[in-house]
Design a protein around this ligand. Structure first.
Ligand SMILES: *Cc1c(COP(=O)(O)O)cnc(C)c1O
Length: 226
């Protein structure tokens, strides 16, 4: 049940050398576990549920960078807009518009990643390549959303023990990222590719990820399903 500090040190050092940002995924885990890694220097934490994130952020140090990595509903954006550091799972223009609206109210800019569907599994959220293209074209043309910034893309590979499949999925997302990276419009600043979790982060990094989201290797298995 306890936080695995040795694993944290090892993974954290391994990623630092490679210039990869570690987001410690603390969903379902208590604030005290987060504090243990905070005291070892970790500042980026990821959460999947709005209420849980709001509760934890209120109890924990103000210099934590909170990443929202779950499926965000439009009507809940307002609760995290005041403090969220990066929203990973943006999968519709409607959601982007709501994030923009709430960011405007806070007189700030909110950084977002577009979630792309790369896995063969049907349950995954995310944009397909055409939907991604449509959103990007829209944002380039009209630039109506001055309070968001697209920092890159996020994706999840299949839960598979076939490394070829997983590598191919990560490679696909890296190619999309590279395709859009050169875009220069005020709303775009593409420098972040969020891919890789406990089971596949090394493959993700090999394929060009520069941000990984790791939960169970650091905090132990989750008892509550997610
Ligand atoms: C839960 C979760 C993770 C972390 O998963 P682990 O396998 O525990 O490392 C990463 N990304 C997303 C989107 C998640 O929901």
């Amino acid at each position: 049940m306890a936080v695995n500090k040795e694993a944290f040190q090892a993974i954290s050092n391994e990623l630092k050398i490679k210039g990869v940002t570690l987001v410690a995924v603390s969903k379902t885990k208590p604030a005290s576990d987060i504090l243990e890694l905070y005291e070892l220097g970790q500042r980026d934490f990821g959460e999947n549920y709005v209420q849980e994130l709001v509760d934890k952020a209120a109890q924990l140090p103000g210099d934590i960078r909170w990443h929202f990595i779950g499926h965000l509903q439009s009507n809940k954006v307002k609760f995290i807009a005041p403090f969220v550091h990066l929203v990973h799972g943006v999968d519709s223009l409607k959601l982007l518009q709501e994030i923009n609206k709430q960011a405007l109210k806070q007189a700030k800019r909110i950084d977002c990643l577009l979630q792309v569907y790369i896995a063969g599994e049907e349950t995954k959220f995310g944009l397909d390549e055409q939907e991604l293209e449509e959103i990007i074209v829209y944002l380039q043309k009209d630039q109506p959303l001055n309070n968001i910034r697209i920092r890159g893309m996020m994706g999840m590979a299949s839960f598979s023990d076939n490394p070829k499949l997983v590598n191919a999925e990560f490679h696909q997302l890296k190619s999309l990222f590279d395709k859009y990276k050169p875009i220069s419009a005020p709303v775009f600043h593409l420098d972040t590719l969020s891919m890789g979790m406990s089971g596949d982060y090394r493959m993700a990094v090999e394929q060009g990820s520069n941000m990984v989201r790791i939960g169970s290797l650091l905090f132990g298995e989750r008892t509550r399903p997610v």
